[in-house]
Every structure is written in structure tokens, then in C-alpha cells.
Design a protein around this ligand. Structure first.
Ligand code: TXA
Ligand code: MG
Length: 321
């Protein structure tokens, strides 16, 4: 952890080169991907990766996603079965993470994998992420760039609100486009399993593999404390609200929000799920800062990106661990 001020880098060639240099030196650099901002460290350097946990204040070691610039690099780091290969070709670069057995000699540190013999791999499409990964020249481990227990960051300002003074630099690439984290699919033995809904809708994945995705059991396999700790705002969250109760803020969706909220933001007045995903974490932050004791959230349809939005909201609403 650095006690010095965090460098604000712009996404010009000098800023991108500096970000790559810092990562090669084992320092921590936050950068935009198309989903959320990630907190990066050299994934082959266990000491650098340990810094991620320290900066985030993350109490336990969860496996981290290793990011690389090209599909070819990713394919060399893991053992891809037929489905994994299809998904890699269909959705990379993009908001998809594949968990596959690590390839022999891939060199992703134990701490990045939390000691597992599998590795989570992602090729992000964001041009700033692409440029930084190329400049770094190594796989970059990156969880979302927030303090443990806070909402994921979709702007550089969100990153600084949580991590200023704790990381070497943040590269400002503007607000992220997708707004929810990547979809995570495990391709181990047997059919592909959905570990986390995210930026690539389930329907698109099922169309490519030609079969329904198995579910990991979701909530059942994750401790409630963990569910809450990932996305918990200060305010309580009430889901599928069609009316506003006294003192509540409203996170609306669609053209006809009910009246009476002490503060109101609309994820998408036109009912567009991609717009709603992009606005989700930022609007949760703003409503949380309004001081309302509870945020009522209007119903979000469960199809397409709605599955990821509902998953994040359910985590935010889960009992606090
Ligand atoms: O969009 C995203 O995925 C963002 C950006 C920065 O890439 N990253 C992100 O990282 O959301 P994080 O650490 O917040 O979530 C990564 C998830 C964790 O829940 C972890 O358990 C899972 O990926 N994961 C990573 N490697 C894994 C592995 N080998 N086996 C099972 N799960 C794994
Ligand atoms: Mg996270």
C-alpha cells in the first residue's frame, strides 16, 4: 500500500505508458474496462497481487481474474475445452470471464488463483484497458477497484473516493459503458456453468454453446455475509417496489415511477436494460449519499442484462454480514 498521493493519469499515450511501467514495477494501477474499473497488479507477481487485498481491505483471498490484451494470450494461459473455445472466440474481447484449468507453466501466481488449479481469464474490449495491458506486457490481476464492501466503481472519481492514497495511480477513461461486471462461466469438466450473471446475457451465451447454461446454485453456495459484503450501500434496499413508503428514496425503471420519494433517480426512463446496467452502481451511490434510510427499487425484468442487474440488487439487499 502506498501512503503517497495517487497519480491521476489521463488516457493519452504518456499516461498509458506510465500505467504500464508502474504495473511492471509491481505497483497498483486502477483502470477502466467496459464493465467497471479494475484495480490491477502484475498477475505473475504474488507480492504485487497481495497489495490488491491490502488496498481493498479485503479480509480473505478470493481468486482474481487475470486480464490479457488478446484472445491468443488468453488461450495460452488456460486449457480450453470445446465450449470454452467457442465462447472465447464469440465474446472476446468483451465482458466475459472464463474459468478454465490453468495451462502448465502459465505463471499466474498462486495468490491470483487463491491456490486453485483453475484460472479466471478475461480479454476486455475497452481501448484504455487494451492499451494498458499491452504496455504492461504481463497478465494483470484485477478485481473491481473499490474498498471491500463498497459498490463497484464506474468512474475514476468513484475509484478515488475509495482508494485515494492507497494505490499508485488511476487512469481516467471516463464512465464505463456496460456498468455491471463480466459474466463468469466455468468450463471445467462437464457442461459450462454460470458462476455470475454479467455483461454478456445468458441468452447470448446459450445461443453460442447450443444448450442451456447450468447454474452454480448462486445464492445457495455463497455465504450471506459475502453476498452483502460485495455490494452493500449504507441504506437498506427494498426490491420490486411498486409504491414508495415514507422516507424512502426511489431507484426507478421505466416511464412511470410512483410519486413520493425523498430522492429519485431513474435507471432508464425508456426501460432500456443496457442503459439501466450502465447507470446502476453510480445511481446507487448517489441515492445512498442522499441519506435516505432505504432505497426502494422498481421491478427490473429478469431477461438479458436484467439478470445481472437483479443479481447485484439482490446482493445489495441481502442481510448485512
Ligand atoms: O467485470 C469484471 O469482471 C471486473 C473487471 C475489473 O474485470 N472484475 C471483477 O472482479 O468483477 P471481482 O474480483 O470483483 O470478481 C471476480 C470473481 C470473483 O467472485 C471470483 O470468485 C471469481 O471471479 N473467480 C475468479 N477466478 C476464479 C476461479 N479460478 N474459480 C472460480 N471463480 C473465480
Ligand atoms: Mg468486486
Amino acid at each position: 500500500m502506498s501512503s503517497r498521493a495517487t497519480l491521476r493519469l489521463t488516457s493519452d499515450p504518456a499516461g498509458l505508458a506510465e500505467a504500464g511501467r508502474l504495473l511492471r514495477e509491481g505497483r497498483l494501477v486502477a483502470f477502466p474496462t467496459e464493465t467497471v474499473y479494475g484495480l490491477g497488479a502484475d498477475a505473475t507477481d504474488g507480492r504485487a497481487v497481495a497489495g490488491i487485498y491490502e488496498a481493498k481491505g479485503r479480509p480473505s483471498f478470493n481468486p482474481l481474474i487475470a486480464h490479457v490484451a488478446t484472445v491468443e494470450e488468453a488461450l495460452a494461459l488456460g486449457r480450453f475445452d470445446a465450449s470454452a473455445g467457442l465462447l472465447a472466440r464469440a465474446f472476446w474481447p468483451g465482458p466475459l470471464t472464463l474459468v478454465v484449468p490453468m495451462a502448465e507453466g502459465a505463471g499466474i501466481s498462486d495468490l491470483t488463483r487463491a491456490g486453485l488449479d483453475t484460472v479466471g481469464l478475461r480479454v476486455p474490449s475497452h481501448p484504455v484497458a487494451q492499451a494498458i495491458l499491452k504496455a504492461a506486457g504481463c497478465p494483470v490481476a484485477a478485481p473491481s477497484a473499490n474498498r471491500s464492501g463498497h459498490v463497484s466503481p464506474t468512474t475514476a472519481a468513484h475509484v478515488l473516493a475509495d482508494l485515494d492514497g492507497r494505490i499508485a495511480a488511476v487512469v481516467d477513461g471516463g464512465p464505463t459503458e456496460v456498468g455491471v461486471e463480466s459474466t463468469i462461466i466455468a468450463c471445467l469438466d462437464g457442461p459450462p456453468v454460470l458462476l455470475r450473471p454479467g455483461g454478456v446475457p445468458r441468452e447470448a451465451i446459450e445461443a453460442v454453446i447450443g444448450q442451456p447454461l447450468a447454474s452454480a446454485g448462486g445464492e445457495a453456495t455463497i455465504a450471506p455475509g459475502m453476498l452483502a459484503s460485495h455490494y452493500a450501500p449504507q441504506a437498506g434496499i427494498r426490491l420490486d417496489a411498486t409504491r414508495v413508503e415514507p422516507g424512502e428514496a426511489l431507484l426507478a425503471f421505466g416511464p412511470n415511477p410512483p410519486p413520493g420519494a425523498v430522492a429519485m433517480l431513474n435507471l432508464s426512463p425508456s426501460g432500456d436494460l443496457a442503459e439501466a446496467a450502465a447507470n446502476l452502481f453510480g445511481q446507487l451511490r448517489v441515492l445512498d449519499a442522499s441519506g435516505a434510510a432505504r432505497i426502494a427499487v422498481m421491478p427490473i425484468p429478469a431477461e438479458g442484462l436484467g439478470e445481472a442487474i437483479r443479481d447485484r440488487l439482490a446482493r445489495a439487499a441481502a442481510p448485512r454480514g
